[in-house]
Write a protein of this length. Structure first.
Length: 277
């Protein structure tokens, strides 16, 4: 469920709309290629997206949906050489992204040993969602993803509860809480439920988030410098990308430390344009 931009036809740069804002330097309607997308589906400003006003691009993550649509659903026929596929391909992509996000959550839940009582049902859910991702373009667009989430979410909730229950002591419940700009620096949030919590611009510097359930939490602009997210549940790459961290932030092993975090830049950040993101 990792994005493989080299095997995608720049779908996030075409299918999705964006508006001129702090995250994007220009307006772009859905279905229109970004002006920075090159003919080879690479981003012409990839190495300097944030400096060019395209911070939103560095936050986005398709969970591997781009290559699935490009190589599986449409069998490698790209929208430039096969323009008759464009409209359908662009409609499939956002749906596939949601399906791949579900796949990521279910796969992670199956790796949680304390969640063993729901593993059988989770395996069934994984097989079903995976099968749906391999359907025709028409069947994917017709899916009721909200209904599907409604079926899978109780399993994820139960998996999270079983895992958090192993954390001793009182576990905070901030499910769906409005914590925008909250001062939580150094807070003991181990095993807490932060499902769907609004943590925009919250100060979580040095906070202990081990085994906390962060599914759907909004971490845009949140300060994670020095925070410990070891074993945090259902954290996505997009959530980390949207937050602020540094070299001392501890992240789950399955995720990558964002290159734009303070003190975490890597050699090659200024290399020639890479695949579109």
């Amino acid at each position: 469920m990792r994005a493989d931009c080299a095997n995608c036809f720049g779908l996030c740069c075409v299918a999705l709309p964006f508006a001129r804002s702090a995250d994007f330097a220009a307006d772009k309607p859905a279905g229109q290629p970004c002006g920075n997308l090159r003919e080879d589906f690479r981003c012409g400003i990839h190495a300097r997206l944030r400096d060019s006003g395209y911070q939103g691009c560095t936050v986005f993550d398709c969970h591997g949906a781009g290559q699935k649509v490009s190589r599986v659903t449409f069998g490698g026929a790209d929208w430039r050489r096969s323009p008759e596929t464009a409209r359908s391909m662009f409609a499939v992509f956002p749906v596939m992204r949601q399906l791949h996000e579900l796949l990521q959550y279910v796969t992670e839940a199956l790796d949680l040993a304390p969640a063993r009582p729901v593993h059988r049902e989770l395996r069934r859910a994984l097989a079903r969602v995976d099968g749906l991702t391999r359907g025709s373009a028409e069947s994917i667009v017709a899916l009721d993803v909200d209904a599907l989430r409604g079926e899978v979410n109780p399993l994820l909730l139960r998996a999270g509860e079983l895992t958090r229950a192993r954390v001793p002591g009182r576990r905070r419940n901030h499910r769906g809480a409005d914590l925008v700009g909250a001062s939580l620096a150094g807070a003991d949030l181990r095993g807490a439920s932060l499902r769907g919590a609004l943590l925009v611009a919250a100060d979580l510097g040095g906070a202990d988030l081990r085994d906390a359930d962060l599914i759907g939490a909004d971490l845009r602009g949140a300060n994670l410098c020095g925070a410990d997210l070891t074993g945090a549940l259902f954290v996505t790459q997009a959530q980390l990308n949207a937050a602020r961290g540094d070299a001392s932030t501890r992240v789950p092993e399955r995720l990558s430390r964002p290159a734009h975090w303070r003190g975490t830049g890597t050699p090659g950040d200024t290399a020639d344009p890479a695949p579109a993101r």
